[in-house]
Structures are given as structure tokens and as C-alpha cells.
Design a protein around this ligand. Structure first.
Ligand code: PEP
Ligand code: MG
Length: 565
């Protein structure tokens, strides 16, 4: 395929300052006009957006455009320092980027791209000059770029992009998320690739190994094509498996559900054979900029989701898990230690107005589809907190009854087990709810005291840590003793290497990202439950993470050998 090279050359604009306040006022008006135009463009793109990832990214950009810190810096540079409008935008963006780079975390790096994108668009609107050489693509190409701004990717004709190769970036960047949602293979961190190939030159991308070949020989192209065909065939076979139940070879049924953020994920979940939604992360309802969902709107969304899954299985609605790294700027004040702070039910119990609306909406939705909606509370830290939350829920139910609102009186309620104190008291919690769902993402973070988003200490973040296995086993035993429904909805539930161990620990219900369902189902169908139990028993006797890793590796190697043999 031919390469199409995108480089972001700095636009040319005058470095001349304004001569007087009248000129400065004119530059300010010029900037405000450009800002309104860019916002209009963003909203037009939002209307055309084909999925929620695109909308979220565009919303972040519209938000950045109007960010008070950004806009007041620009105003100050123009009115007080007499900068012309493009200079002021470039300088203000530079200052904010400097600040963000010092903060280090991935989340802030993503904000840097948003600032860069917004600044580029403002400047190109102000100077009426194009930043990049992006144009209408006439044939399918491999885009090789120094960087691609989300707005640029959204402006391109997706059907003409065979792959994207970037000098920088990473797999969790906004562009990576967009590329995934558009089904475009993407390769990152290629250093100076964009300056080593010219537009029109031949290129090939090995999506599996993440290698960009410049001017590849025929043999390489044939190999890449062959591997791509194999991959497509494998995906096709996996899809055929989607209709088969996840049953181990010795007949133990494992339920596979999906984790979803909203309506968008329903189609892929159903296609991949989800047997219900084990986790609906409702915080997305609070995170939509400039919008609050009324009781009616929420009830409608929840009922729609329950009906979309219909007889496949119930939808487990988790009440708002805001706070921690999911800060909603309108609702939160800055906290020194947000992960241990005003999060999830702690937030909801002090903002009962918001919580009540959500609970009433869930109850109302349940009235139209009894048995198909379950309610789950996040971040419960122990029996007292659970009692308080449940008693508030009872008061909301009583309120609905007195208003004659029909709801599912037998609606199942459960708690997430994602705080170590909840796992340790799971024997007590088990008598208060109908189900447990273990959130290994947070349980790991809090058990090992390792920030789940901090790359510097990610070597410690092991969901199968010795301490974690003990907590998982204790929770599983507590659930079994009370004949409680038990599932896992953290990322560990979809880790193909660790599924045998998780099943062996007693988890017969796993909830995961829709994309992981097919491979999880195929794996489960190749397992013997009794072998998984033996594996879990051995792992629980181990005293080091490395030994657990080795044990699991050996177990998986044997499964693979058996499959091939
Ligand atoms: C978890 O903590 O494992 C979990 C599923 O919740 P979230 O990732 O939304 O915090
Ligand atoms: Mg969690």
C-alpha cells in the first residue's frame, strides 16, 4: 500500500505585537470569532460521530476550548501584553502544556493532545492556513504521521485508511481509542518514521508485531497478507463459537457477561454472545459534559438496556462510581487523595438528591421488566456502610410505593467487592445482599497500595498477587457458604492466562469487555473444571507471585499442547 505522510509544520504568523489597545481589542474579537467557529466545527463533528468514544473525545475538546484557565490566559496575553491572537493562543497553550507535562500521568498526557489539537485549530482558523497536508484521500493508504490529532482523524475518510503509524503516542491515547473504535490497525512510538518515508512510497504494516516496513520486499508483503488472512479466519471461527455455551469439558457451566458503558456496547456484546451485562458503569451519565440525566431519561435508558439483553440475562446496574480518577468537574471539589476519598457510594450518600434520582430511575425501569435488572453498589468498604446504603435504598423504595410507582419488589441487590475490608468481611456482607461482584481492578490497587494508573509502579500491580488470591478465595468461600451468586467484573476476569485459576477459585460468572468474550468462551470450552480446581489449590499454597506466574504459565502451555496434539 502507498504511504500518506502527515507532518505538522508550524503555521506561519506574524510575531508583531499590537501597537495599542484598540488593536488589542480587535485581536481579542478575532480570537473570540475563531473560537466560536472551532466550537461550531466540533459540534458539527459530534453530530456525525458514529460512536461514544468519538463523542467523548470531541466533548473533551469543546471543554478545553472554553476552559477558563486557557481562555483567561489568552485574554490576558492579548489585552495586557498586546500579543496578536495566534501568538496568544500558541503561548497560552505552551504554558498549559508545560504544566501538564510536569504532572506526568497518562491522563494528563492525553490532555496535552487535546490542548495541542485545540490550539492548532484555533491558529489555523485565525491564520486561515492549514496546519497539515491532510487532504481528501483518493486511494487506500497507510497514514504515517508525526502525530495525528483526534480532529484530523475524524476528518479523514476512514474507508481510505489501511493503517495508522505514528512517530509517538501509545496504545491508551485518544487516537488509539478512536482507531480501535474505527477498526483501523494502528502502530505507535515509531520515533522518526514520518521523516523516513515520502508520501506515495510503498509501506506495509505488520499489525501483530507493530512493525512498519518501508519499501518492503515482496516476501514480506506476502507474509503479512497471509497472517492477516489467518487472523481474519480465526476471528470468523471465534464468532461461530459465540452461539455455543461456555461449558468446560467436564460439564461445568460458566456464565459470560459483559461490562458496558452504555447503549453503544450492546450490539458487540450480543454478537459475541454475552449472557447479560454483569456491569453497567453508569458514571457515563454524569460525565457527559453539560448534560444531566433526569429520572425519566435514566429510567428509559435502563429499561432500553434491559430490553436489549432481554432473555439473554439481566443487566447489573452499578450505581454511580464517580470520584477517584473519574472526576466530574461540576460535582467534585479537588481532593488531596481522591482515590481514598469522596468516591462512589461515599459521594452518593452525601449527594442523596443525585443518588435518589438514580435509584428511583432503576426502580421504575425494573417495573417494566421484572427480573431483568439487578442493582449493585460500588466501593462498599464494610458492613456498616452497606447497611446505610441498603437502608437508604429501602427508603427510596418506600417512597416509590407510596407514590404508586410499580417496581420489581424482588429485584436482586448486590455489592462490589473491591475494597480489601469488604473482602475480609465478605462473610458478613454475604448475609445482606443477593450477589457479589469482585472488582479486581480496585481490589488490587487497594490491597497492594499501588495506583492502578501509575506506570512507574505497574510492576507491582498484579491481580494474582499472593494476598489477592487469599482475598479472592475468602470471598468465594463466603459466597458459597451463603449460596450467594458470585461473579468477577474486574479486568482479571478476561485475562486468558488467568481464567483457569479464577474458575478454580470458584468464580462461575465472569463479566468482561465485549471484545474478550469470544476468546474467553473458546478457552473455557477447552478446560476441565477439575484441573482448574487443582490449579487454584496449588496457587493458594504458593508463597510468591513469581511461583504463581510460573505455575499458571505451565498450566496454559499444557492446554495449548493438548489443543495442538
Ligand atoms: C474494578 O474495580 O475492578 C471495577 C470493575 O470497577 P472500575 O474498573 O469501574 O473501577
Ligand atoms: Mg472499581
Amino acid at each position: 500500500m502507498k504511504a500518506f505522510v502527515v507532518r505538522h509544520d508550524r503555521p506561519v504568523f506574524s510575531a508583531q505585537k499590537c501597537s495599542d489597545s484598540a488593536e488589542a481589542e480587535a485581536q481579542l474579537a478575532h480570537y473570540e470569532e475563531a473560537s466560536a467557529k472551532v466550537d461550531e466545527d466540533i459540534h458539527a463533528m459530534m453530530k456525525k460521530a458514529s460512536n461514544s468514544d468519538e463523542v467523548t473525545i470531541l466533548e473533551a475538546q469543546s471543554f478545553m476550548l472554553k476552559d477558563p484557565d486557557f481562555t483567561s490566559r489568552i485574554r490576558h496575553l492579548i489585552l495586557d501584553d498586546y500579543y496578536n491572537a495566534p501568538m496568544a493562543v500558541e503561548t497560552a497553550a505552551g504554558q498549559i502544556i508545560d504544566q501538564l507535562s510536569k504532572l506526568g500521568s497518562q491522563m494528563f498526557r492525553e490532555n496535552i493532545y487535546d490542548v495541542q489539537d485545540i490550539a492548532s485549530r484555533l491558529i489555523s482558523t485565525l491564520t486561515k492556513e492549514k496546519f497539515t497536508n491532510i487532504k481528501e484521500l483518493e486511494e487506500k493508504v497507510i497514514v504515517v504521521a508525526d502525530t495525528i490529532l483526534p480532529s484530523e482523524l475524524l476528518a479523514m475518510d476512514v474507508s481510505m485508511i489501511g493503517a495508522i503509524c505514528l512517530d509517538g503516542g501509545g496504545s491508551t491515547s485518544h487516537v488509539a481509542i478512536l482507531a480501535r473504535s474505527m477498526n483501523i490497525p494502528a502502530v505507535f512510538a515509531l520515533k522518526d518514521a514520518s521523516s523516513r518515508i515520502e508520501s506515495g512510497g510503498l509501506a506495509a504494516v505488520d499489525g501483530l508485531s507493530g512493525i512498519l516496513y518501508i519499501d518492503p520486499d515482496e516476501k514480506t508483503v506476502r507474509r503479512i497478507k497471509r497472517e492477516k488472512r489467518q487472523l481474519e479466519e480465526e476471528e470468523r471461527l471465534l464468532k461461530e463459537d459465540a452461539v455455543l455455551p461456555a461449558i468446560t469439558k467436564d460439564g461445568v457451566r460458566i456464565r459470560l457477561e459483559c461490562n458496558i458503558d452504555g447503549i453503544d456496547h450492546v450490539e458487540s456484546s450480543l454478537k459475541n454472545g454475552a449472557e447479560g451485562a454483569g456491569l453497567l458503569r453508569t458514571e457515563f451519565l454524569l460525565m457527559t459534559e453539560g448534560k444531566t440525566y433526569s429520572e425519566d431519561e435514566q429510567a428509559e435508558i435502563y429499561a432500553q438496556l434491559a430490553s436489549a439483553f432481554s432473555r439473554r440475562g439481566p443487566v447489573t446496574i452499578r450505581t454511580y462510581d464517580v470520584g477517584g480518577d473519574k472526576v466530574v468537574s461540576d460535582l467534585h471539589v479537588d481532593e488531596d487523595n481522591p482515590v481514598l476519598g469522596w468516591r462512589a457510594v461515599r459521594f452518593c450518600m452525601s449527594r442523596r438528591d443525585i443518588f435518589r434520582t438514580q435509584l428511583r430511575a432503576v426502580l421504575r425501569a425494573s417495573g417494566s421488566c421484572p427480573g431483568r435488572i439487578r442493582l449493585m453498589f460500588p466501593m462498599i468498604s464494610g458492613p456498616d456502610e452497606l447497611d446505610d446504603v441498603l437502608s437508604f435504598f429501602e427508603s427510596v423504595k418506600a417512597e416509590c410505593r407510596s407514590e404508586g410507582i410499580a417496581f420489581d419488589e424482588d429485584m436482586k441487590t448486590g455489592t462490589m467487592i473491591e475494597v480489601p475490608s469488604a473482602a475480609i468481611t465478605s462473610d458478613i456482607l454475604a448475609s445482606k445482599v443477593d450477589f457479589f461482584s469482585v472488582g479486581t481492578n480496585d481490589l488490587t490497587q487497594y490491597t497492594i497500595a499501588v495506583d492502578r494508573g501509575n506506570e512507574k509502579i505497574s510492576y507491582l500491580y498484579k491481580e494474582y498477587d499472593v494476598a489477592m488470591l487469599r482475598l479472592l478465595k475468602y470471598t468465594s468461600d463466603s459466597a458459597a457458604a451463603h449460596e450467594l451468586d458470585l461473579s468477577m467484573c474486574g479486568e482479571l476476569a478476561s485475562d486468558i492466562e488467568f481464567i483457569p485459576l479464577i474458575i478454580g477459585l470458584g468464580f462461575r460468572k465472569l463479566s468482561m469487555h465485549p471484545a474478550s468474550l469470544l476468546s474467553a468462551r473458546r478457552l473455557i470450552r477447552s478446560l476441565n473444571y477439575s484441573d482448574c480446581q487443582v490449579l487454584a489449590k496449588k496457587a493458594l499454597d504458593m508463597t510468591s507471585c513469581r511461583d504463581i506466574e510460573e505455575l499458571v504459565e505451565k498450566f496454559n502451555a499444557e492446554i495449548r499442547d493438548n489443543q495442538q496434539g
